[in-house]
Design a protein around this ligand. Structure first.
Ligand SMILES: Nc1nc2c(c(=O)[nH]1)N[C@H]1C(S)=C(S)[C@@H](COP(=O)(O)O)O[C@H]1N2
Ligand SMILES: [Mo]
Length: 200
């Protein structure tokens, strides 16, 4: 029988400070931040689209979307309100998989969500295994409060870029500030360069 060392069992592992971006604090919980009510879309009529500056617009039903190849991945997330959550595990479809066979003629994307939320990113930041449409968190269907049925997940940028209840990606030729970007948040939002506001 393995002896139990008292005082060691249950001790919290130290958080590696190198994983916490400047100005952020380590958060164990999962705060909810929404600029509006939580939508609960009907999956029978739900659609996801890629449109705008592309050779061919594409629309997926929920069934078609769920038939796309998925990945399970573990990433750190950083909210501009200063919390950082480490090792969050998600399942979803990479944006690379969605874009397969679609030729983009613009270099920017506006991700838009049910309820009107938008956020803009360079298309390059959604490619190369850096972004997903996530529909499971921690092995369970994504809760509505956290963006279920599906949210964008772009963990290398501040979390406001990860649009909850995402319904489409519109490729644009010009970079067009989204909801928070137009309200003074940084246009790009790299947490490691602490790009919180336009002036940063
Ligand atoms: N559609 C939508 N997506 C959104 C938001 C929102 O208000 N609406 N808030 C953003 C912000 S500011 C953050 S920090 C994260 C919060 O995600 P969470 O509630 O799952 O923590 O979602 C982002 N995506
Ligand atoms: Mo946020």
């Amino acid at each position: 029988m393995a002896p139990i060392t008292r005082g060691f069992h249950g001790r919290r592992p130290a958080v590696d400070p190198a994983r916490i971006p400047p100005g952020q604090y380590f958060e164990r919980g999962f705060p909810v931040l929404s600029a509006g009510p939580t939508p609960r879309p009907n999956l029978d009529t739900w659609r996801f689209s890629i449109d705008g500056a592309v050779d061919q617009g594409t629309i997926w039903t929920w069934e078609q979307f769920r038939a796309l190849p998925s990945e399970t991945f573990t990433v750190d997330i950083h909210c501009v309100t200063k919390w950082t959550k480490l090792d969050t595990t998600w399942t979803g479809v990479s944006v690379d998989a969605l874009l397969e066979g679609i030729e983009a003629t613009g270099a920017y994307v506006t991700a838009w969500a049910e309820g009107g939320y938008t956020t803009n990113l360079p298309l390059a930041d959604l490619r190369g295994g850096q972004a997903w449409l996530a529909y499971e968190y921690d092995g369970r269907p994504l809760e509505p409060e956290h963006g279920g049925p599906v949210r964008l997940l772009v963990p290398h940028l501040y979390f406001w870029k990860s649009a909850k209840w995402v319904r489409g990606l519109t490729v644009t030729v010009q970079d067009e500030p989204g909801f928070w970007e137009a309200a003074g948040y940084h246009n790009y939002g790299d947490p490691w360069r602490e790009q919180r506001y336009w002036s940063d």
